[in-house]
Design a protein. Sequence first.
Length: 678
Amino acid sequence: MSDDRTAVAERIEDLRRQIEHHNYLYYVLDQPEISDAEYDQLMRELEELEAAHPELITPDSPTQRVGAPPSSAFQPVRHLEPMFSLDNAFSFDELEAWRERVLKILGRDPDAYSCEPKIDGLAVSVVYERGVLVRGATRGDGIVGEDITANVRTIKAIPLRLRGDPPAVLEVRGEIYMPVSAFEALNREREERGEPPFVNPRNAAAGSVRQKDPAVTASRNLSNWMYHLGHVEGGPRLERHSESLAWLRELGLRVNPANRTLHTIDEIEEYARWAEANRHSLDYEIDGVVIKVDRFDDQRALGFTARAPRWAIAYKLPAEEKTTKLLSIEVNVGRTGVVTPYAVLEPVFVGGVTVTTATLHNEREIHRKDIRPGDWVVVRRAGDVIPEIVGPVLSRRPKGLRRWHMPKTCPFCGNPIVKDEHGVRAYCTGGYACPSRLREWLVYFGSRSAMDIDGLGYKTVDLLMREGLVRDPADIFLLQPDDLLRFEGWGPKKVENLMTAIAAAKDRPLWRLLVGLGIDHVGPTVAKLLARKFGSIDDIMSASEDELAAIDGIGPEIARSIVAWFGDEENRKLIDKLRSAGVRMAEPVEEVEGPSLEGVTLVFTGSLERFTRDEAKEAVEARGGKVSSTVSGKTTAVVVGRDPGSKLAKAEAQGVPIIDEDTFAALLERGPEAIGGS
Ligand code: IVH
């Protein structure tokens, strides 16, 4: 190398070190020492030198974060060590029970616990070889993740090169997250551009990391905390988790300064209370506190269950509550015509999402809680649970607020709203003419739990209704390709896909049609009972309330609802229309081989070799027997497979006969005599 080139190479290396150092100060320590302009100046000089000497560019240069072109798929990668999940404790009692288990196994208390906030982000595993970032992967199933290296490289909080004395191989686990401030800024931008906002920082982070184009990831201001070692080759001897965190920090990785090494359960609970009280003053969302037994030899002694380490636990923070204003109470008409009130709220960020509406169930519930439009109300949301209104803040109630009443007529079709005999549920009497009911019904009809028509979501249903093409579910089967081809965005391929899905739906099992009809109280379980017992729509239609109610699993209320549904003129016309459209109306009558298991109730525990649970259940039910999930006096026998659960002990305690898989197979072949019954 000429002297000139050596000088350039040295300057480039010098610039890289300086930039990495300032990245570290800025992103990891949050203590910048130079201005943005000075930093930009260093970057610019490096970019210019590299442009003039492209042969000197290396992938770990700070200029190379967004290097890879967009890719079409994330390749699977096997983690060097599995990524475990954690067991949860939802109360201090459960936390103390965990500590008791630890105490019992170790024979003493651990001398220390390492605790830190549980970040509500996206788990990542990053591999460094000789200090250089070579791979980033999602958790996947814990064994194999997805290769997101190109995207991980764009996250400035994750160094491309480690500092200090890196080991030959370091696999490190942590969380990628979107700071709350970045989330709010991103959503403001998205709304300005007319794009839908992200519901919470976690979804925004996940969406940003799973981008095919790393440039998009780079624009999203993601950050990271590292919290756990995976596979390590050639590192220092470490005896404690807390030491490993200190080491990761020395290597230039971002380790949460809120972590603490604590010694007693009281200190841990104090820490959890701190986390709960301060969760909103952090610039990242947390949903709990992770507690690990600190000493590695204690961890080894404790080991793992099938799912998670015994030496760690996630204490989950309780559901979040926020106060907001109840702007109004509106109603929805669902697929069966039931009218459900819901709250329209002043938007409030609670439990990780912005909540604008909450269901209110029914008028009685609203009066019981004494919630009135205009009230300040407490909104609660836990995890993925639908937000609920806990109650009004009476001390803040403005004067003169009126109680809410169910409207007398449907806001969608103008027909009267009536109450059921208990005065609780309200129904729209508009029937097929109510656009809200029809919309919900059609979407449900096509959904996966009913007729499973791929492509028949809200968007398509809205179009079909707007164009007057569909006025009831049978119209779906009368659609012609030409009806659709004239719409924008409906090319031949899309039309063909929908037509194929519709054609396939004509031949679905009877129970699916029954579910799709939207009869109140008839979901998949009841529909399967009906289909099995009667075998055809005609036989169900002509069954009396008594005949229906005599079926195990169908009570008088369901029976009444079925008879009422088929008693309706409009519904019977629908059945005729579906029939002439070629929709299957009967089950092929299945001749079940083998004896009757009428009167036999089995409970399964553990896994069988020759049957899946569903197959075993179907085989029993096809012979007229029943399968229950709980052991009781009515249980004929408990079938015990591999790794049985607590039901085995229950059966033993109650003296219920216990049979193995071979005996179960014999029972299917020969009937109850196989187990000495009649
Ligand atoms: S420790 C062997 N620490 O929680 C245990 N996990 O349910 C290694 N998580 O998939 C995990 N913040 O994505 C740990 N400070 C933290 C965490 C954390 C969030 C996530 C992680 C993991 C899940 C476990």
